[in-house]
Design a binder for this molecule. Sequence first.
Ligand code: ARG
Length: 462
Amino acid sequence: KSTKLWGGRFTGQTDPLMTVYNESIHYDKVMHTADVIGSQAYARALCQRGILTTAERDAIIEGLNKVEAEWASGQFQIVPGVDEDIHTANERRLGEIIGTHIAGKLHTGRSRNDQVATDTRIWLRGKLVEIEACLTDLLKAHAGRAAQDIEVLMPGYTHLQRAQPIRWSHWILAHAHAFATDLERLRQLYKRVNLCPLGSGALAGNPFEVDRDFLAKELGFDGVIGNSLIGVSDRDFVVETLQWATLTMNHISKWAEDLIIYSTAEFGFVKSADAYSTGSSLMPQKKNPDALELLRGKSGRVFGQMAGFMYTLKGLPSTYNKDLQEDKEPLFDCVRTVMDSLQIATGVLSTLEINPEKMRAALTMDMLATDLADYLVRKGVPFRETHHISGSAVSLAEKKGLSGIDKLTVEDYKGLCDKFEEDVKEVFDFERSVEKRAAIGGPCRKRVLQQIEEIKAKIAEA
Ligand code: ARG
């Protein structure tokens, strides 16, 4: 006779490799608390329907507390080959503690199919709360840094070519904006994770009419999943989490890539703190921004986990199939990776050393060519003409061997367009250029401060 929990109809033994291939205990054991509280709630629901006496219910709840205590203290002994997953392991141990006569009643009307879906949602929602805290910390670090460094100007880039002057804080807040949207998406996603599948049975619902509203409430869910077939098989909440993690890691990767470029000697804008750098085993002078490179690199791994699991789902028929067990390793790995990454990114940004002089020195007068064109626009010349005139100024300065368009004389300018006057000299000021960009979303001081307030408001929403 088979020793398996489900072994009643089996006469042959399981292939040893199949036993290992089939088991998920070595990773799904992290859900032990979720499994215990799910079972305790289910015992209460069974008692309401007279399937368990109150004494039996209490024995089960107490026994499960002991099981949980063993997990918490590291004393739980997994029995290889018997404990297939966290659900069978906890039930087996409960039976040893309170006797199988009572423990054997707990699974009445329940299946591991609704059980695992419930456990995964309970486990995940707890992690989403932790992730939210990490993401909030990252946003706070951005808001703090943007306020502290507001004076600092730097070149803004398109095509990685110097384009126009901006505030360094404006760069910080661009990334904060993406992270704030990630926060919004995370909060929306949480609502879809926090729904209760328990009481769906194996697929066809619960024959003892357990009170599913009670189960949901007891377990802190916001609602019940209203179709038992979907209840046991829906893994969209896993997919959404993986996709969320992929997009968030993409944002982290772009942020890291910018900082890697800015920390090369050629730029020299920023320097990673020792806490987030490592050296070379061969070249004594090296200090590498490893934290940033790992933040960039791990985004690929998360994308891969997401794509892999979506591939698993593709082509599955309805309801539970064992393929769904493949949701956990990518989910657990992505959750850990994204949580670590958010914390590392927060550390990198809060300890980052910046070099405002280098940033300022990278600003060149040609970056004000647009401002020169805008100067003439303000004197009534159409932009398409001013664009041309400003271009001629750049080429004239070059021809004269001058260091920039600011070195041309007022007479030079009058020669290019009679609308130029003495005040053209005012254009050649980077601070002025940035402050002119005062429309919503611009890099001027007022709008940067506004963005900081918006980030703080987003954090405070719940
Ligand atoms: N370990 C399984 C999983 O993670 C639990 C559900 C097993 N159900 C079943 N009918 N074999 O999906």
